[in-house]
Ligand binder design. Structure first.
Ligand SMILES: Cc1ncc(COP(=O)(O)O)c(C=O)c1O
Length: 393
């Protein structure tokens, strides 16, 4: 008997891939894109175009005929600039020759890190609600994703007791992201030290996704990699997408002790070869002269955040003041609606897109994610429409 083609073809797909769910955000945005006149607070990327001098560096690289491969690790000049930047801003030193790997965004860096460290069935702990790719990336690397729910009352910080409760003999690594997508939560140096102590005690490796770290609105940002005894057990993942508005360049980096970078590089060199040379040249310009632009964009995000926090509270939708990233994660429990019904109702009735909190894991229920990587004029209209939707206007 011949099976229908679609059925027989899907039989070729590996089981662990078949089990990966489609992204909740993607389904939602397919609906958004099919509608007219929608104001989107749903987007997770800067509304700013990459600063001109960075784009110019990419154009100039092409003019000079920079069109080939680079070293698998990335351009040495870029790795040196990254090493200097991480030393000055994060207070951890990495050797540019052996401890820095240029990747295709944090996305590739995370995938490499997981594939380099996990044996089948090893557990990776992560705090939730979290970035949509974490659980699937762990599963694709044959690991077991173990979510630790964080709470609104704790401003979605990872609590030491919750971490302790989740650890088993199979726990291999802890994946962290502060400032956090989707909550905007951050952790102080003292709070991180409590987590670091548990990681040292239980011999856990830490993967720290620092993608929003420049967008910290409190005075300082501390990376867990900089705490005593942590450098040797941390893979520091970072990139240019958010702080320098360079999502489309697809460039990031991983810093870690040489044996870990070497393991990641062996996967990277066969799967990717190297990050695109034009993007690396642009990233070098961002490292050398991008700081003023980054600070200017951060100030715009800060003003928008202040406006949104004030507006949501005035409407009676509680939200803590996020100290980083460009997201607000208000509670919509008082409306009596689920996250899904709130987001779909708001989209249908008022043409405003926000993301249901459950897209970031079950513990996001009762919340929606509102991105303020959108112009202030649009944010103001969105706020009026949301007030109308919940009957507070
Ligand atoms: C927490 C987090 N990590 C990683 C990424 C992906 O970053 P990149 O563009 O560097 O691959 C995103 C993008 O939204 C993110 O929010």
């Amino acid at each position: 008997m011949h099976l229908p083609v679609s059925q027989s073809s899907s039989g070729f797909v590996a089981e662990h891939v078949r089990d990966i769910p489609r992204s909740g955000i993607r389904d939602f945005f397919e609906i958004v894109q099919s509608m007219q006149g929608v104001i989107s607070l749903g987007i997770g990327e800067p509304d700013f175009v990459t600063p001109w001098h960075i784009r110019e560096a990419a154009i100039y690289a092409l003019e000079r005929g920079k069109t080939g491969y680079t070293s698998n690790l990335g351009l040495l000049r870029l790795r040196e600039a990254i090493s200097d930047y991480v030393a000055s801003d994060y207070h951890v030193t990495y050797d540019a020759a052996t401890e820095v790997l240029v990747t295709v965004g944090v996305s590739e860096g995370l995938d490499l890190a997981l594939r380099a460290i996990l044996n089948p069935g090893d557990e990776v702990l992560y705090h939730e609600p979290c970035y949509v790719s974490y659980a699937p990336s762990i599963a694709l690397a044959h690991g077991k994703a173990v979510a630790i729910a964080t709470q609104e009352k704790d401003e979605f910080k990872l609590r030491p007791d919750a971490l302790r409760a989740a650890i088993t003999p199979k726990s291999k690594a802890l994946l962290m992201n502060f400032p956090c997508n989707p909550t905007g939560g951050v952790m102080t140096a003292d709070e991180l030290e409590e987590i670091a102590a548990i990681c040292r005690e239980h011999n856990l490796l830490v993967l720290t996704d620092e993608i929003y770290s420049e967008l910290s609105y409190a005075d300082t940002h501390t990376s867990i990699a900089s705490l005593p005894g942590m450098r040797e057990r941390t893979i520091f993942l970072h990139g240019f997408s958010k702080a320098f508005a360079m999502t489309g360049f697809r460039v990031g980096y991983a810093c870690a002790p040489a044996p870990l970078i070497d393991a990641m590089m062996r996967i990277h060199q066969y799967g990717i070869l190297c990050a695109p040379i034009v993007s690396q040249e642009a990233a070098l310009e961002a490292m050398r002269r991008g700081r003023p632009d980054m600070l200017e964009m951060r100030e715009q995000y800060r003003l928008r955040r202040n406006f949104l926090v004030h507006s949501f509270r005035a409407m009676g939708l509680p939200c803590f003041e996020p100290h980083g990233a460009f997201y607000l994660f208000p509670s919509i429990k008082s409306t009596g609606k689920s996250s899904h019904d709130f987001a779909f109702g708001l989209l249908k009735e008022q043409q405003v897109a926000v993301v249901p909190g459950t897209a970031f894991g079950p513990s996001g229920e009762g919340h929606v994610r509102c991105s303020y990587a959108t112009g202030m004029d649009q944010i103001q209209i969105a706020v009026e429409r949301i007030a109308e939707f919940i009957g507070k206007k």
